[in-house]
Design a protein around this ligand. Sequence first.
Ligand SMILES: C[S@@+](CC[C@H](N)C(=O)[O-])C[C@H]1O[C@@H](n2cnc3c(N)ncnc32)[C@H](O)[C@@H]1O
Length: 287
Amino acid sequence: MPPDDVRALLARAVQRLKEAGCGTPDLDARLLFQAATGLSREDIILDPGRTIPAGEIGQFEAAIMRRMEREPVSRILGEREFYGRCFRVTPATLDPRPDTETLVEAALALMPAKARLLDLGTGTGAIAVTLLAERPDATAVATDLSQEALGVARENAERAGVAQRLHLIHGSWFAPVTAVFDIIVSNPPYIPSGDIAGLSPDVRNFDPALALAGGDDGLDPYRAIAPHAASHLAAEGHVLVEIGAGQAEQVEAIFAASGFSMVERHEDLGGHVRCLAFRRPSGQPEK
Ligand SMILES: C[S@@+](CC[C@H](N)C(=O)[O-])C[C@H]1O[C@@H](n2cnc3c(N)ncnc32)[C@H](O)[C@@H]1O
């Protein structure tokens, strides 16, 4: 029988994850091990010879098998950290990405006091819930075409203590929205449909298609959002969108066609322009 102490269990799991093509086998194995055993990182380092009970080994084994099928760790655990808070993630929601924190930072800098915020395509609620948690005087409306995702966003809002300030609405982009806002944010699906098959299995097989596919060139959601944004923005309002790598100029042109001037471009940690901010065109009537 191979030993069932911390060191041996982790070493075998790391080896199997490497063979399965996982990019971060050490980190993944440790996170899944900690979840199965309840041990901390310090416990693992300080007591590598500790014997693990059979039930916990079984849970760890089941988690490793899922990761070998390339299911992301956040989906196996059912939660992911975003901007320092824990968000529930389900098969109905995109797994929020660290890149989206770029948009959060940009929105925080543009939010006035008592900001009224609209988040289009909220998913787990990562953006809206984070902005409400960071700005206790703000209120928000968030929409999604997925009713199940809205249920997850509700849970995440409750967990973060901001549910009283968040109104969730089911529908496509602006269709169910009547109010006017200071800031409109969106991280829409922006992958060209033909590129989805070539994505890593961690993404392709686990993020919902509704959260990924943005039409033939990936830009359909921007074409749907831009023409309606100005009439839902207050006079000094801004719209901020996340974009895919290399889409900046095309998205800028789509918003320019609706009278918006781009005021800011923000890069993610990988050096890609990830977020564009536009100012409301002057002279257009509010709703
Ligand atoms: C890329 S995900 C972003 C989720 C979340 N905002 C985040 O940043 O993690 C895009 C979201 O848009 C939603 N969506 C797709 N088409 C939509 C539409 N026509 N109207 C509203 N939401 C839509 C998807 O269900 C998904 O939750």
